[in-house]
Design a protein around this ligand. Structure first.
Ligand code: SF4
Ligand code: SF4
Length: 414
C-alpha cells in the first residue's frame, strides 16, 4: 500500500510537521489577506474543530480547492480535503440562488442548448451582465462559455452504430462542457481513438461529475450524481470489460479522488480503470499497441498549462509527452501557477479580483511567449486563459486530432 492509498479516507492532520511549505504554495495567501492559509485552515484548525465545531471559520470559503498545498506537503497531509470536509461538516449557510445556477450544469446546459443562439447573445449583452452583476452577484467582467445548439450526446447518436466495428473498445466520460458547450472536443476524442483502432462508447445516462456542486456546498445532490456515475462506470468496467477515459482533468480528479474523500462514495474497484485519454494513449504507445503517424507539415509553438488538479493527479507528463511527439511542435511547459478560476469561484463577484490576481503571473508568461496556442486539459482553465489573454486554448486531444495524419494512423493500427 503506497502513501497515497494509505491516506484515502483518513483525516491525517496529525502527520503535519508544521513546516509551512503549504502556505508558500497556496495561491490565495498572497492575494487575499482574509484567508488564513492552508496550515491554519487545514491541520491546525482541524485540531480545534475536532474539540468544538464552533471553531469553524467562515474564511475557509476562500480556499479554491486547488490542492496545490497537497502537492507541496512533504508529509502527505490531505490539506485541501481537510478544509473541504470541514466546510461540508460545519458550514450552516445555504447555497445562494446564484450558486445553485452556476453549480447545476446539467440543468442549465439542458435549458440553454434549446435556444443556444439567443442564450449566447443575451449573456453577452451589457444590460444583462449588469443585472447579473447587481442581482445575482455574477461579475459583469466575466465572459460565459458559449452553448451549443446540438449536444454532443445528440451528435453521438448519429455515429453510435459505427463504433461497434472496431477491434478494441473504451467508454468515454465526456462531461457537461463537451455535451452543452463544446462538442468538438468529444468529436476529437472519437476521431483520435477511432484512428487508433478503438470504438468509443458512452456511459449509461452520464451525469455531471459534481465538481461545482461540491464547491458550492450542494453535497446531497453531488453524492446522488456520484453514486449514479460510479454505477455506470462499474457497468462499463466490470460487466462490459471496457475501461473508461475522459479528457477533462477536473471531472477526472473529482470522480477518482473527491468521490471517496469528500462524498464517501467508494470507487476502489474501478478507480484504476478510469484514466485521462492522454494517459491511456501514452500507455498504449509504450506497450507497442498503437502507433501515431503525424502530418509532415504541422507546425505550432505550443505553451502547455498544467491545471492544478492535473498536478495533483501527477498526469501532466502524459499530455506533454504526447504533444512533444509531434515533429513540428515547439513546446514550452508554462511555470506551475494556478489560473485562478477554480470552477465557479472566479465567476462570483466577491472573488473576481482575487481570481484575476492569482492568474496574473500565468497570463503574463503566456503573453510574453506569444505562442500559436495554449494547450491544457481543463475546460475552466481554458475559459480563464482565453478571456484573460486572448490566446486560444486547446485540449491535447484536439491537438492530436489536428496534428495526426488520421488515414495513415488508422492504417498503421488496423
Ligand atoms: S487547496 Fe489551494 S487554495 Fe486551498 S489551501 Fe490548498 S493551496 Fe490554498
Ligand atoms: S506542508 Fe504539510 S507538513 Fe508542512 S505545514 Fe503544511 S500541512 Fe503541515
Amino acid at each position: 500500500m503506497n502513501m497515497q492509498e494509505k491516506n484515502i479516507s483518513e483525516n491525517n492532520f496529525e502527520q503535519c510537521i508544521k513546516c509551512t511549505v503549504c502556505t508558500v504554495y497556496c495561491p490565495v495567501v498572497p492575494v487575499n489577506p482574509l484567508y488564513p492559509g492552508p496550515k491554519q485552515a487545514g491541520p491546525d484548525g482541524e485540531r480545534l474543530r475536532l474539540k468544538k465545531g464552533l471553531f469553524f471559520d467562515d474564511t475557509l470559503k476562500y480556499c479554491l480547492n486547488c490542492k496545490r498545498c497537497e502537492v507541496a506537503c512533504p508529509s502527505g497531509v490531505r490539506i485541501g480535503d481537510i478544509i473541504q470536509a470541514a466546510r461540508i461538516r460545519f458550514n450552516e449557510s445555504n447555497p445562494k440562488l446564484r450558486d445553485m445556477i452556476l453549480a447545476n450544469t446539467d440543468f442549465m446546459g439542458s435549458v440553454a442548448t434549446i435556444a443556444a443562439p439567443v442564450v449566447n447573445a443575451t449573456l453577452g449583452l451589457k444590460p444583462v451582465k449588469a443585472v447579473m452583476d447587481g442581482v445575482l452577484k455574477v461579475d459583469k467582467r466575466r465572459t460565459f462559455p458559449q452553448y451549443t445548439s446540438k449536444k454532443f450526446e445528440s451528435w453521438y447518436k448519429g455515429i453510435a452504430d459505427t463504433q461497434d466495428g472496431y477491434k478494441n473498445h473504451v467508454s468515454y466520460f465526456h462531461g457537461c462542457y463537451v455535451n452543452y458547450n463544446f462538442p468538438q472536443l468529444g468529436k476529437d476524442v472519437v476521431t483520435v481513438l477511432n484512428a487508433l483502432g478503438y470504438g468509443v462508447h458512452l456511459l449509461e445516462n452520464e451525469k455531471c461529475c459534481g465538481t461545482a456542486l461540491i464547491s458550492n456546498g450542494m453535497i446531497p445532490q453531488a453524492k446522488k450524481n456520484a453514486e449514479h456515475n460510479i454505477k455506470s462506470l462499474r457497468k462499463s468496467v466490470v460487466e462490459k470489460k471496457m475501461p473508461v477515459i475522459g479528457a477533462s482533468s477536473s471531472c477526472m480528479f473529482t470522480i477518482r479522488d473527491e468521490y471517496p474523500h469528500l462524498l464517501g462514495v467508494d470507487n476502489k474497484d474501478i478507480r484504476d480503470s478510469f484514466e485521462l485519454a492522454t494517459k491511456f494513449i501514452f500507455r498504449l504507445i509504450e506497450e507497442n499497441k498503437v502507433k501515431l503517424v503525424f502530418k509532415k507539415d504541422y507546425k505550432a509553438r505550443v505553451a502547455y498549462h498544467t491545471p492544478c488538479h492535473m498536478e495533483r493527479l501527477g498526469w501532466g507528463i502524459f499530455s506533454t509527452e504526447l504533444i512533444r511527439m509531434i515533429p513540428g511542435v515547439e513546446l514550452t511547459i508554462l511555470d506551475s501557477n494556478c489560473c485562478g478560476i477554480a470552477g465557479t469561484y472566479g465567476f462570483k463577484k466577491e472573488n473576481y479580483d482575487v481570481s484575476q490576481a492569482i492568474g496574473k503571473p500565468l497570463f503574463d508568461q503566456i503573453k510574453g511567449l506569444d505562442p500559436t496556442y495554449v494547450a491544457c486539459d481543463c475546460e475552466t482553465c481554458k475559459w480563464q486563459i482565453e478571456m484573460s489573454t486572448g490566446y486560444q486554448v486547446k485540449n491535447p486531444i484536439s491537438v492530436l486530432a489536428e496534428a495526426l495524419d488520421l488515414e495513415a494512423t488508422a492504417a498503421a493500427n488496423r
